[in-house]
Design a protein around this ligand. Structure first.
Ligand SMILES: *[C@@H]1O[C@H](CO)[C@@H](O)[C@H](O)[C@H]1NC(C)=O
Ligand SMILES: *[C@@H]1O[C@H](CO)[C@@H](O)[C@H](O)[C@H]1NC(C)=O
Length: 185
């Protein structure tokens, strides 16, 4: 009994330590990060998400940098009701590249870390709430729908290092007829 509890505590500590290691992109620049991105990779290990894994598409999003250092992310998703957009309001923290936002779906504040980006091609983004697979995601954003294989591999390696099993690490196909449709802008 005692050993089981210890083992569980150890696993939790390790997971939290893995998280604490993740630093945002050095000298993060929100202006350069703004604009259009495609979510070409997603690692998400929530059991409730498993049935949707093969339905995920590479959605398009636009980051708008606000004058106060916050950002809006508008994402377009193909749904049974058509192509719908949703705005996520990212609030800056005192660490550049680190934001928080209120998730209406999970009713809690989550942390967003832009782990690595070169602004012109790709961005590796971690969304988390301590280490809990229901609330943690890694996303790979690309300025275009096809990224070089070394970037895709970097994303997969990062997701594996965060404890995601291989079958939860997805590189979905493009969303058809759902890219910056009329409703958005
Ligand atoms: C950011 O999003 C909020 C909520 O949708 C909206 O009220 C605000 O006008 C947006 N700001 C910009 C600059 O798009
Ligand atoms: C970003 O990465 C791409 C692909 O690896 C490379 O071609 C490009 O020069 C990089 N841009 C910067 C600003 O480093």
């Amino acid at each position: 009994m005692r050993t089981t509890v210890n083992a569980v505590v150890m696993v939790m500590l390790c997971a939290v330590m893995v998280q604490a290691d993740v630093k945002p992109q050095r000298d993060f620049n929100l202006q350069k990060f703004a604009g259009k991105w495609y979510r070409v990779g997603l690692a998400y290990d929530s059991p409730s998400f498993v049935p949707y894994r093969d339905k995920v598409k590479a959605s398009m999003g636009i980051i708008t940098a606000l004058p106060n250092g916050n950002a809006n992310l508008t994402m377009w998703d193909a749904t049974p009701l058509g192509c719908l957009s949703k705005v996520y309001q990212y609030e800056k923290t005192n660490v550049p590249g680190q934001f928080t936002y209120f998730s209406t779906r999970h009713n809690m504040v989550k942390d967003i870390t832009v782990v690595e980006t070169n602004y012109t091609d790709y961005a590796l983004v971690l969304k988390h709430k301590v280490f809990n697979r229901e609330y943690t995601q890694v996303a790979l954003y690309g300025r275009s729908l096809s990224l070089r294989i070394n970037i895709i591999n970097k994303f997969k390696a990062f997701a594996l290092s965060q404890g995601f099993p291989r079958d939860s690490i997805l590189t979905p196909p493009p969303a058809e007829n759902c890219q910056q449709s009329g409703s958005g802008r």
